[in-house]
Write a protein of this length. Structure first.
Length: 396
């Protein structure tokens, strides 16, 4: 059983719990800025370069169920070591690629590995942390990944200065080697779903999905909308900045300030969820993000877009870890890891579908209409959380 909150400290397990995700996020963040440039250097069109960048997210979505099965069978530690080795092979492919599609295969492999890391650390924290501190643990997990993604480009910049574009991949190799070494040294847990199920045959994935269909179709869909809105916010800011005539420097500044505001709020958000309940964060997160997106088409200059983007960052920041926390609360102790694999698949479908919906609405109507419609999804998600999310979360 997880320890009592009276004697537990997140700081005591910080390295095994958050270290691998921080380092993996650092590696991903290092290569994100150069993927499209590398693809273009290899002869890819702009559309092909965009697809190659998207392969990280596609790979993560594809790997959710296999990652759950691997983690459930071999344990978090061995799964992460394997994922780190797999990531290094992927980066080697990226470095030697002589065509865009070889580069794309390497990028896809990195996406596959990322799913293993997040799922393994989420399962570890559910088992290792008392239920009364679960939201803080999950929001910190999400926060450390964001810190890694934010800091990665700065680490890569020094390598790129010395080695040109390949330097970013060598920076990522350094981060992934550190991830593998850390995964090798940390302890592995015997999760309750493996311990409980020794005498009972496990459900098939289809049966598991059917048994928990009520949760997946309500809170699962609501968190998929959260993921869709989060994905779209990264696209909306540069698109609208271009629409109103801002240059690349101004756009990058707005985006960076929004990300900084976002990162500052992950631990307070988790504490509020633990002390007051998940709804106290899920509801304002969606209302603030929805309202901010609806307001973006009304901005006409740098100051207005910056102000709205900062509010959008606040909304996203206070929701740090909300998807993982709600999934952890809903997951059954007897088959937790595979439940979370299905949960991540649903939310990743939302993350991938949101930009597609934005693109379709923009093509059919206008960019302003598309942004407004995505913002409206925030109000839909808020209603769903109000309807189905428990006011207080009982300890398992």
């Amino acid at each position: 059983m997880p320890p009592s909150s009276d004697s537990f400290s997140l700081a005591r397990i910080a390295i095994p719990a958050f270290g691998p995700s921080l380092l993996f996020g650092l590696g991903e963040g290092a290569i994100y800025p150069v993927l499209a440039l590398s693809a273009r250097d290899l002869g890819a069109s702009s559309a092909q370069a965009g697809l190659i960048v998207a392969l990280i997210g596609i790979g993560s979505m594809m790997a959710n169920l296999p990652a759950a099965m691997l983690t459930n069978r071999y344990g978090e530690r061995h799964a992460m070591i394997g994922a780190a080795v797999f990531s290094l092979a992927a980066l080697a492919l990226c470095l030697v690629a002589h065509s865009p599609w070889v580069l794309g295969l390497g990028v896809l492999m990195i996406g596959l590995a990322s799913s293993v890391f997040l799922l393994a650390r989420q399962t570890y924290l559910i088992e290792a942390v008392p239920a009364t501190m679960r939201a803080r643990a999950m929001s910190t997990l999400g926060g450390t990944m964001r810190v890694g993604l934010f800091a990665g480009p700065f680490m890569a910049a020094g390598f790129i200065h010395l080695m040109d574009l390949p330097g970013a991949y060598w920076a990522a190799i350094l981060a992934f080697v550190g991830t593998g070494i850390l995964a090798f040294t940390i302890p592995d847990l015997e999760p309750r779903d493996r311990a409980v199920n020794r005498s009972a045959p496990p459900l098939s994935l289809a049966s598991l999905a059917r048994v928990h269909a009520g949760v997946f179709l309500t809170l699962g869909v609501a968190t998929a909308l959260v993921s869709a809105i989060r994905s779209c916010r990264q696209i909306v800011i540069p698109l609208w900045a271009d629409q109103i005539g801002l240059d690349a420097t101004a756009t990058a500044l707005i985006y960076g300030i929004m990300g900084g505001v976002d990162m500052l709020l992950f631990y307070p958000a988790g504490r509020i969820m633990d002390l007051r309940g998940r709804l106290w964060v899920a509801l304002p997160c969606m209302l603030i993000m929805g309202a901010s997106l609806v307001a973006i088409p009304w901005t006409t200059g740098f100051a207005g877009l910056l102000a709205v983007s900062m509010v959008l960052g606040v909304g996203n920041g206070i929701g740090s870890g909300i998807i993982m926390t709600i999934g952890a609360d809903a997951s059954p102790p007897a088959d937790r890891t595979r439940f979370l694999g299905i949960w991540r698949l649903i939310t990743d479908l939302g993350g991938g579908g949101g930009p597609l919906l934005l693109s379709a609405l923009t093509a059919a109507l206008s960019l302003a209409s598309g942004i407004t419609a995505i913002g409206a999804l925030g109000f839909v998600a808020a209603w769903m959380f109000w309807r189905w999310l428990p006011r207080r979360t009982a300890s398992p």
